[in-house]
Design a protein around this ligand. Sequence first.
Ligand SMILES: C[S@@+](CC[C@H](N)C(=O)[O-])C[C@H]1O[C@@H](n2cnc3c(N)ncnc32)[C@H](O)[C@@H]1O
Length: 204
Amino acid sequence: MAEQVLSESAWEKFSSFVQRKIFRSYRARLNYQYKRGGWDWLAALDEMAHHAILGGYFRFNKKGGTLLDLGCGEGVLQDNIGHENYSYYIGVDLSDDAIRIANERRGNEKTFFYQGNMDKYVPPRKFDVIAINEALYFSEDPLKLLSRLEAYLETDGFFMISMVDKRGDHIWDVLNKHYAFLDENYVTNIKKITWVCRMLKRAA
Ligand SMILES: C[S@@+](CC[C@H](N)C(=O)[O-])C[C@H]1O[C@@H](n2cnc3c(N)ncnc32)[C@H](O)[C@@H]1O
């Protein structure tokens, strides 16, 4: 039995190596990083403030509502929103290992995490809020993504997005032409990293 586990593990390692190095698979690279704790910093103190702003947007406007969290990683945003403050939560991430960790740590009867590509993911229902927290840079076409997702927002629903300042500027420039910003906050941590957090009204 031990030998079987060992050989499975060796096979997994080999397969991961081939996917990452030969086929240049981004998904396999993310899995490798999550397995090795390479994204543990997402739950660190100096990341807390931008999660807290998005958590505040949700609680202030839609307490008890539903949330779709795209590019959710290990689901850290859920900690900030608080289990008692939502009725239904879906998180989606490209990394299988992020999703495994999220489900182990945060999954429950109303909180579900699924592997998926945000650019292709088809939500199973409408949500009060769609969050893209530190992940919109990874979309192939952020405006196209948000436009498609409008069909899955409740009538008075909104998007909430955070991105690191400057890194997200070119995306904000595009979104600014199509969406009204309902609120915005800039938050800077002790390392002098600044995040821009915004609430976006539905365009249609
Ligand atoms: C900086 S992390 C942010 C994670 C989480 N939102 C947080 O703030 O803790 C970016 C995440 O986007 C995910 N990601 C990258 N490309 C993606 C895609 N096309 N679809 C879904 N998730 C993606 C990565 O796996 C990673 O977990």
